[in-house]
Structure formats: C-alpha cells, structure tokens
Design a protein around this ligand. Structure first.
Ligand SMILES: NCc1cc(CSc2ccccc2)c2nc(N)[nH]c(=O)c2c1
Ligand SMILES: [Zn+2]
Length: 373
C-alpha cells in the first residue's frame, strides 16, 4: 500500500489510455467510472454492494455535506470514509457547481459565492479557501479546485471572464490546499466551446501544477457532438502523464467516445437516478421496466448480465415491484445499472490493453438498438 498518490499508464490505443491511480486507500483502475454518493450514500445501495459492482472510488458532494450534516460534524465523527463505511478512495467536488445549480439567492464575487441553503434557507459562503477546508475536514483523497461553471447559453465574453476567475480560484485553491502527501488536488479546465480559451485554461493550470486535471464546463446542455468537438482537442492540452477527469459524464456512449479521446475518469448520476425511475441500461440499450409488455415476461432483464437483478429475478418481478413502488425496485435496478457501467469500464480497459478499442466501440454501437427495448 502506497503512502503517495501516483498515476501509471499500462497501455495506450490511439489517444486512449488504460492504467491505475495509486492512493493510500487503494488503486483506481482507469478508465474509471465513479458512482456518485451525494449525501454520503450511493442511493439505494450498501457500500459493500457498490464495491461488488466493481467500483474502486466514490464521489462525495461538498455542497450537500456542508449543509447537512456539516463537514465539521463529519470530521468530529472520524471523516467521510468512517462515516459512510467506505474505506477506498473518495473524490469530492468543490461545491461551486452545485451552488450554481441548486442554491437560492446566489451572489458571485471575486472572493467566492454566497448563497442560501436549499435545505433550510440559512446563509452560507464558499470560497476556494473554505472549499479546501471542507474537503480536508471530509478527508477526501482527491480534492477538486473551487471553480465556476458558467450557465449556458453564455457569450464568449462571459465564458472568458468566468474561465479567468476560475483560474485565479485555482491558484488560491492550490495555495490553501498546502502540502498533503497521499492526497491529490485536481485542477478544472474551463473555457466553454472556445478552443483558445480551453488552451489558455490548460496553460494556466499547468503553470500552477496539479496531481490531475478535470475538464469542466461540458455536459451542460451543449449536446454530444459539441462535447466531442471540444474533446477532439482539449485533453491534448493537458499533461499526458496525469489523470484526466471529465466531470458529470455521462451516458454509456458519451463515455466510450470520451475514452477514445483520452479521458480517464468519469462520474454521472444517470445509472443510479435512472435506476430509481425504472430505466435499466443494458448492452442492447435502455429498457423501461414499467412498460406493460414486461408484466408476464419470465426472462431476465439481460441474460448476459451477472448482477443479482439479472441472475435471480424476472422482468415480470422487476415490473411488479416497480409498479408497487417497492424499495427493492430501486435497489435491484440501481445495482444492475452500476454493474453495467463497471462492466463497460472493464471492457474498455481490456480493449485498450489489447489494442482493439476501435473494434470494441464498433460492436458497442452495433448492439445498441435504437429507442426503447
Ligand atoms: N455537468 C458537468 C459538470 C459537473 C460537475 C459536478 S461533478 C460531481 C458531482 C458530484 C460529486 C462529485 C463531482 C462539475 N463540477 C465542477 N466543479 N465544475 C464543473 O465544471 C462541473 C461540470
Ligand atoms: Zn444486470
């Protein structure tokens, strides 16, 4: 077990890489999918079940945890790993993105953001310094810089102004983070869909120096084509020997395309959130288990899947417990969706290692029927 944070690339295929991030709490195989555990839980899953799906790392949410139960309380109780019974790596976001999308009465200044809690209306402020303190109190292994992700649509001037503010905040985040062996600080590239602003952001972040680099400000409504257009060049602006994390992405086909363009780490609420609404993500595409056609179907959701939902239950049963609003419905479909995502990541890692990523991507797309199954 290492006391340090390190990244090694084991193989490449085109711009895609497969390797591992070494942390004191265990390794993270890349490309990696990181389930989101917003309020110190991956909804409808026990931590041991999340691990059983193949996850090496979870995401925690600074914004939610600072409001409830507060970072200070979690620190007093031994930190987030102890609190939520997950002893492997945790990455926490810096909170700025959620403030702008969830909080009320937000005020943005050079200093940071003040806002009212969506929980109880209490006033709060987040600055780069406070965000670093909260993430330290939580005990997260990978800390994200405090940044600003501009709401779209936004004109170039707004994107430019916002990116440069985020770069000043990145420098303050680095300063406030200090020297913490075994813990990592990731910078976040901004710049919208503007190539020159993306390059300027990357240069600013490299000049400061980070343990990893995220691509922020994508998957904010621009659509897959525009996102891939940015990913055709933006990862290349980042250091080749450091992990690259595409924040908040994405659907399975988003992930396959982004891996082909050099991204190593992903997170998305889709597998867990859609699981709770009855949408099962499978290699053939999406299955909406609430549809009446499943009511008498004795077959498994996906006969090729080895998860508990597919090996022990029929579509008819899953349909029934969903229609009845039974808690087990969320448990089983969330488990299946997270299992499917981790199988997809393992398939990508194996394909890159074998130099057959193009074939993997081609068969991935060929299997997916259009529309609902
Ligand atoms: N939808 C894209 C997205 C998502 C997140 C949130 S990722 C996340 C969510 C919950 C827990 C951990 C990470 C972002 N976070 C930051 N800091 N900056 C961004 O530009 C950005 C863009
Ligand atoms: Zn399954």
């Amino acid at each position: 077990m290492t006391r340090r944070f390190g990244f090694s690339i084991h193989a490449t295929d085109g711009r895609a890489r497969t390797g591992a991030i070494e942390t004191p709490r265990g390794e993270i195989r890349t490309p990696a999918f990181m389930p989101v555990g917003t309020a110190a839980t991956v909804k409808a899953m026990l931590p041991e079940s999340v691990r059983a799906t193949g996850a090496d790392i979870l995401l925690g949410n600074t914004y939610h945890l600072m409001l409830r139960p507060t970072a200070e309380r979690i620190a007093r109780l031994g930190g987030l790993h102890r609190f939520m019974n997950w002893d492997r790596p945790i990455l926490t976001d810096s909170g700025g993105f959620q403030v702008m999308s969830l909080a009320e009465l937000r005020k943005l200044t050079e200093e940071g953001v003040t806002f009212r809690s969506h929980v109880d209306g209490a006033r709060h402020s987040l600055t780069p310094e406070r965000s670093m303190e909260i993430q330290r109190l939580l005990g997260s292994d990978i800390v994200m810089c405090f940044d600003e992700c501009p709401a779209l649509p936004a004109d170039r001037a707004r994107i430019e102004q916002s990116m440069r503010l985020s770069m000043r905040w990145a420098a303050r985040s680095r300063e406030a983070f200090g020297d913490r062996p075994g813990h990592a600080l990731f910078g976040i590239m901004q710049g919208g869909l503007e190539r020159d602003l993306r390059e300027e952001s990357a240069e600013s972040l490299k000049a400061i120096g980070f343990d990893g680099y995220a691509v922020g400000g994508l998957a904010v409504g621009e659509g897959q084509e525009a996102m891939f257009g940015v990913l055709d060049y933006a990862p290349g602006f980042l250091p080749q020997d450091k992990p690259r994390y595409l924040m908040g992405v994405g659907k399975p086909d988003d992930i396959v395309g982004a891996v082909q363009r050099g991204i190593d780490m992903f997170d998305c609420v889709l597998p867990s959130r859609s699981g709770r609404t009855g949408q099962a993500l499978t290699r053939m595409g999406a299955v909406n288990i609430k549809n009446a056609r499943h009511a008498d179907d004795p077959r498994p959701l996906d006969p090729e899947c080895s998860c508990p939902a597919c090996t022990r239950y029929s579509r008819a049963y899953l349909h029934h417990v969903f229609k009845a609003g039974e808690i087990i419905s969320s448990m089983l479909l969330t488990w299946h969706n997270l299992h499917y995502y981790q199988e997809l990541m393992q398939g990508l890692r194996d394909a890159i290692a074998a130099g057959r990523l193009a074939d993997f991507a081609a068969s991935f797309h060929a299997r997916r029927a259009e529309g609902d199954l």
